[in-house]
Design a protein around this ligand. Structure first.
Ligand code: AMP
Length: 620
């Protein structure tokens, strides 16, 4: 006989967040079923945009997007492309030329974003989006949410993963697991289906491309066989091609470079993306931007141009080709033939483009699977993983075995890169390597830990410098230090060191190369909490004001009728005078922003409104 295992009455909810380059989405498992949580506007996805207004107010999501054209310099989009990147990386250099907002160098050679007169770290900006998703979930669930599973592109390196975790912490979320976006998509696809299948997940979003090959077993094991991608290839690059085409055309016609004007650039960006999306369902569209710029003679100039689907496909053909090459590489890594892939799952907004769908189905020689929503599937998968981590009941039984997308190693003599943990190794994993001293009486060793696929160390991503200190004084080669490298289930790397002879654990100093310090994170967390409290207060204030205004409008509307009925009696006139006083006082409190008194005054307004309704009701 088996003991019946009771579920705890109230299991803590873990939300799944797809922190996208362009849009973010939050989901939760309810009664064994994952559901996407709509935001207040009823939308299931929220733009990953943050802005600061002239008055210093923070805007996140749709409201930030709506004002992006008029406040381009202070509106951040696609922060995910910058997260965990160094200021002097080629990707950031590229962003410097294409982004209308200000990217500046931070104190750890990282990049930071200037909004109005304040400089923010990238994780801080991502935290604002995560905080928004947390609030959306809390509004829906009616309870505080503390735990989350956040997704990242499979191809994210350690720095990018760590920075995403930092963002969660700043937002007041305990990120209990980071999972890869394609893996999350496969989870949502295979969850509860009891299937044995080998699938490919092709994920082309706004900023990144990922491909993963997975084996799904009917016992609920999701095993990633290989993964690859490009963290700088996505919808934005497609938009950029359209922008370039529009800019070049305009230049030929008017000899003016629209890129010099931030506002024009933002309008072009919006128009290019809109045209690209429209061309997924129609064959041609007109880009029409009146008053885009003024000529040297101060004439207003307009941009009007027709873009056909065929032209768009020509402009972006090589980008689709790049994704297909990566698919081929991943298949080879997995040692699989195309016909061994039984289903292809499309994820990300860009997979709505017919040219992308055609490219994928031609390559895999099969139609991609229908029935998964490209914008929601990643968040749904994250919520499933979240629920499985806190709920050990039968129906949430599943195991996720992911891989590390990059080779982990160290720099050795001659500037070469020595592999310690190979690409596509199942995580969590660990590996040890012994190191010996190279000089007599050497008491410290410096180890550079890198991630990447190049044989030359300098071409890979530097994760950190590890200084092993306090070594025993001895001849060169006589001291052996064993260094253990570990990648946890989040894909995050850690390093420990031990003196082999004495067994003594070495103290190692990690010099963060682009991350944030604990002190910085603490300070940012406090600010985020203050914002959260302030926002709730503002919302309460707004709610109270609206309630008072509605009641006042109703009382005002009833005044003439009530006066006509009761004006004949002293008691009636007295009641009317009192009602006037109640309304006047409420208005005065609103003007003075005296919220605690206004909340009390709302009771008085409600009583007056009920009394008025009673009087009018009786007279009819
Ligand atoms: P995601 O990061 O998954 O939210 O994907 C966002 C990207 O998908 C953006 O570059 C969008 O412009 C693009 N996208 C959304 N809808 C469409 C569509 N109908 N056709 C082409 N691209 C689209």
């Amino acid at each position: 006989m088996q003991r019946h295992r009771e579920k705890p009455e109230r299991m803590e909810k873990v939300i799944g967040i797809d922190l996208g380059t362009f849009n973010s989405c939050v989901a939760v498992v309810e009664g064994g079923t994952p559901v996407v949580i709509p935001n207040r506007g009823g939308y299931k996805v929220t733009p990953s945009m943050v802005a600061v207004t002239e008055a210093g107010k923070r805007l996140v999501g749709h409201i930030a997007k709506r004002q992006a054209v008029t406040n381009a310099e202070n509106t951040v989009f696609a922060a995910k492309r910058l997260i965990g990147r160094k200021f002097n990386s080629p990707q950031v250099k590229n962003a410097l030329t294409t982004c209308p907002y200000h990217i500046v160098e931070g104190p750890h050679a990282d990049c930071r974003l200037q909004l109005r007169n304040k400089v923010y770290s990238v994780p801080e900006v991502s935290a604002m989006i995560l905080q928004e998703m947390k609030i959306i979930a809390e509004d829906y669930l009616g309870e505080e949410v503390r735990k989350a599973v956040v997704t990242v592109p499979a191809y994210f390196n350690d720095g990018q993963r760590q920075a995403t975790k930092d963002a969660g912490q700043i937002a007041g979320l305990d990120v209990i697991r980071i999972i890869n976006e394609p893996t999350a998509a496969a989870l949502a696809y295979g969850f509860g289906k009891n299937i044995d299948r080998t699938v490919a997940v092709y994920d082309l979003g706004g900023g990144t491309f990922d491909i993963s090959i997975l084996e799904i077993s009917s016992e609920g094991v999701f095993r990633v066989i290989s993964t690859a991608g490009d963290t700088f290839l996505g919808g934005e690059d497609f938009d950029q091609r359209v922008i370039n085409w529009l800019v070049e055309g305009f230049k030929q016609e008017h000899d003016i470079d629209l890129r010099q004007d931030r506002m024009a650039l933002q309008r072009l960006k919006d128009a290019a993306e809109k045209a690209k999306c429209e061309l997924s369902s129609v064959l041609e569209t007109e880009v029409n931007l009146p008053f885009i710029i003024s000529s040297a003679r101060n004439e207003a100039l307009h941009l009007v141009r027709v873009l056909t689907r065929a032209k768009l496909e020509e402009l972006i053909a090589d980008l689709v080709e790049r994704t297909i090459k990566i698919c081929l590489m991943t298949l080879e890594e997995a040692r699989l033939e195309k016909d061994e892939i039984e289903d292809v799952i499309l994820v990300g907004g860009m997979t709505r483009m017919p040219k992308v769908q055609k490219g994928v189905s031609e390559f895999f020689e099969r139609e991609p699977c229908k029935g998964v929503h490209p914008d929601e599937v990643v968040a749904l998968g994250a919520s499933i993983q979240g629920a499985a981590l806190v709920d050990d009941s039968e129906d949430m039984n599943m195991v996720l075995l992911d891989v590390t997308p990059h080779t982990l190693g160290i720099m050795v003599v001659g500037g070469y890169f020595e592999e310690i943990i190979g690409q596509n190794t199942t995580v969590p994993t660990s590996s040890n390597k012994p190191f010996t001293t190279v000089r007599d009486n050497q008491t410290a060793v410096k180890i550079l830990v890198l991630q990447g696929e190049s044989k030359r160390a300098e071409e890979n991503e530097l994760l950190g410098e590890f200084q092993l200190t306090g070594l025993r004084s001895a001849k060169a080669g006589e001291v052996t230090v064993e260094v253990a490298f570990e990648i946890n289930a989040d894909g995050i790397v850690s390093v420990h060191a031990k003196d082999v002879e004495t067994g003594k654990e070495q103290s190692i100093t990690v010099t963060s190369t682009s991350g944030l310090t604990h002190e910085e994170i603490d300070a940012m967390m406090r600010e985020a909490q203050d914002y959260s409290v302030q926002r709730r207060e503002d919302e309460e204030t707004e709610g109270a004001k609206q309630e008072a205004q509605t009641l006042i409008a109703e009382i005002e509307r009833l005044f003439p009728e009530v006066e006509a009925v009761v004006a004949g009696s002293d008691f009636g006139r007295d009641a009317i005078d009192k009602a006037r006083t109640v309304v006047d006082r409420a208005r005065d409190l609103m003007e003075r922003n005296d919220m605690s008194a206004l909340k009390e005054q709302i009771d008085a307004l409600s009583r007056t409104q009920r009394m008025f309704k009673g009087v009018v009701g009786k007279s009819t």
